[in-house]
Design a protein around this ligand. Structure first.
Ligand code: ATP
Length: 437
C-alpha cells in the first residue's frame, strides 16, 4: 500500500469512518466496520445513488430481495459451475495468489515455484436448518442481480411498467475472495448498488451506450474528479460468460487504475436460464407488438464500499499553508457526514447560548456538530479532516447584530451572514459546489 493509503486508513480509524472488524480480538482479515462518520457517508452515497436511479425517474422501480435464495438460482445463473477464480500457491513461502493477478510463473513475493492452477469457487456455502446435509446447502449471494431477475415479472406486473424499464437494488453480497486487500477495495462481504434495465432485443446497444454515459455522470455528480475516471471496454477475452459487451468504469487509485463499476449487456442470458431451470415463462408481453419476447438486460453494477473508498481517496488532501499543513477532505456537501460545525468563538458572553440556538435551528434538517472546546483554529481543523463543508462561528459581533461567520472548508474564506439567512446560504453553497480537476 502506498503512503496515501496508510494515511487514509489511519484517518478513518482516528475520526470514526472505518474500523477493522473485531479489532479487540486482533481483527478478522478483510472485514470492516463503519463508525459514526463512515455510516453517515455510506448512507449519503446510497441515497445519492437511489435518488439518481429510482426516485428521480419514472422508469426504474426499487427492490430489496433476500440474501439467501433457492440454491437452483445459482445453478441457473452459472455461479455453481463457473463463478471461480484461478488459484495458485507458492510451494516455498506458501502464499496464495489469483493466477490472473500475477505475471510470470514464479512467486511474486519470494520467486518460489508455484503449484498448478486450481479453480476455486467464490461462493460462501452454508446450511439451512439444523442438519448439515447436502440437501440443505444454501449460498450467501455473490451478487444482488439474481434477486432482481427472479422478481422481474412480479415487479413488472405490480408496477405496470412497460419495457424499457429497470429494477434497482442495494444490498450485501459475499465472495470468498482469494486475495482481498487494499483496505475496503476488495473484501469478502460488501454492498452492491445494482440496476438491471430490461429492453427490447435490438435496442440493447443503444441503451448500453446510454447507461454508460449516465453512470459516468453520476460519479461526477458526487464530486469525483473527472480526470481520475476512465472507461475500459472489455476485450473478447475479458468478457464474462453472460455478456455481449462490457465496460468498466475505472478510478485511478494510489495502487493503480481499478474497476469501480461494471456495465454489461447481458443479453437474454439470465432470463432464458431462469426460464429453463424454473420451468416458468418469464417472457414479457409487448402489447404494441402483440407478441411475447425475452427482454435483454443492461446491467449497471457498482460497489458501495468501493465508491466510498473512491470518495475518500479523491477528497483527501494535505494542503501546505503559510506556516503549517492541514489535512482536508474535499467531500461533496451532498455526501459529507456532517454538514456544518457550529462554534462559539469563546465560552462566555452568551456566545455558547446563541450557538446552541443555531444548532437547534439546523438540527433535524442537517447533521450538524456543536463544538466549544479548544482554540477555534483547532476546531476548524477537526472539521476539515471530517470533510465538513461549513463552519459557523458566533463571535462578539454576532451578539450585536445577529450575524455569524460561515467558513468555507475548501477556500477557508469566511462570509458574514444573518442568522435568518443561514439555511438559504448553505443551500445555495451546496447546490453550486464543484470539485476542481
Ligand atoms: P473482479 O474481477 O475484480 O473480482 P468483478 O469484475 O467480478 O471483479 P463485478 O462482478 O462486476 O466484479 O462486481 C460489480 C462491482 O461490485 C464491482 O465493480 C465492485 O465495485 C463491486 N465488488 C465486486 N467484488 C467486490 C469485492 N470483493 N469487494 C468490494 N467490492 C466488490
Amino acid at each position: 500500500m502506498t503512503q496515501l493509503m496508510d494515511k487514509l486508513v489511519s484517518l478513518c480509524k482516528r475520526r470514526g469512518f472505518i474500523y477493522q472488524s473485531s479489532e479487540i480480538y486482533g481483527g478478522i482479515n478483510s472485514c470492516y466496520d463503519y463508525g459514526p462518520l463512515g455510516v453517515e457517508l455510506k448512507r449519503n452515497i446510497k441515497e445519492a445513488w437511489w435518488n439518481a436511479m429510482v426516485t428521480s425517474r419514472d422508469d426504474i422501480e426499487g427492490l430489496d430481495a433476500a440474501i439467501l435464495m433457492h440454491p437452483r438460482v445459482w445453478e441457473a445463473s452459472g455461479h455453481v459451475e463457473g463463478f471461480t477464480d484461478p488459484l495458485v500457491d507458492c510451494k516455498k513461502c506458501k502464499r496464495r495468489f489469483r493466477a490472473d493477478h500475477i505475471e510470470g510463473d514464479s512467486c511474486p513475493e519470494c520467486g518460489g515455484e508455484l503449484t498448478e492452477v486450481r479453480k476455486f469457487n467464490l461462493m460462501f456455502k452454508t446450511y439451512m436448518g439444523p442438519v448439515e446435509e447436502e440437501a440443505a446447502i444454501v449460498y450467501l449471494r455473490p451478487e444482488t442481480a439474481q434477486g432482481i431477475y427472479v422478481n422481474f415479472l412480479n415487479v413488472q406486473m405490480a408496477s405496470r411498467q412497460k419495457i424499457p424499464f429497470g429494477i434497482a437494488q442495494i444490498g450485501k453480497a459475499f465472495r470468498n475472495e482469494i486475495t482481498p486487500g487494499n483496505f475496503i477495495f476488495r473484501t469478502r462481504e460488501f454492498e452492491q448498488m445494482e440496476m438491471q434495465y430490461f429492453v427490447k432485443p435490438g435496442t440493447d446497444e443503444e441503451w448500453f451506450e446510454y447507461w454508460k454515459e449516465q453512470r459516468l455522470q453520476w460519479y461526477e455528480s458526487i464530486g469525483i474528479r473527472k480526470s481520475k475516471i476512465r472507461l475500459h471496454r472489455h476485450t473478447q477475452e475479458e468478457l464474462a460468460h453472460y455478456a455481449a459487451a462490457a465496460y468498466d468504469i475505472q478510478y485511478e487509485f494510489p495502487f493503480g487504475w481499478q474497476e469501480l463499476e461494471g456495465i454489461h449487456n447481458r443479453t437474454d442470458f439470465d432470463l432464458s436460464r431462469h426460464m429453463e431451470y424454473s420451468g416458468k415463462d418469464l417472457r414479457y408481453f409487448d402489447q404494441q407488438e402483440g407478441k411475447k419476447y425475452i427482454p435483454y438486460i443492461i446491467e449497471t453494477s457498482a460497489g458501495c464500499d468501493r465508491t466510498l473508498l473512491t470518495v475518500l481517496v479523491d477528497a483527501y488532501e494535505e494542503e501546505a499553508l503559510e506556516n503549517d499543513t492541514r489535512v482536508v477532505l474535499h467531500l461533496s456537501p451532498k455526501l459529507a457526514p456532517i454538514k456544518a460545525g457550529i462554534f462559539p468563538l469563546v465560552k462566555r458572553d452568551g456566545m455558547p447560548e446563541m450557538a446552541m440556538k443555531i444548532k437547534e435551528q439546523l438540527q433535524g434538517k442537517y447533521n450538524v456538530f456543536y463544538d466549544e472546546s479548544g482554540a477555534i483554529g483547532r476546531r476548524y481543523r477537526r472539521m476539515d479532516e471530517a470533510g465538513t463543508p461549513f463552519g459557523i462561528t458566533v463571535d462578539s459581533q454576532s451578539l450585536q447584530d445577529e450575524t455569524v461567520t460561515i467558513r468555507d472548508r475548501d477556500t477557508m474564506q469566511q462570509s458574514r451572514v444573518h442568522v435568518t439567512q443561514i439555511e438559504a446560504f448553505l443551500e445555495d453553497q451546496m447546490r453550486t459546489w464543484r470539485r476542481e480537476g
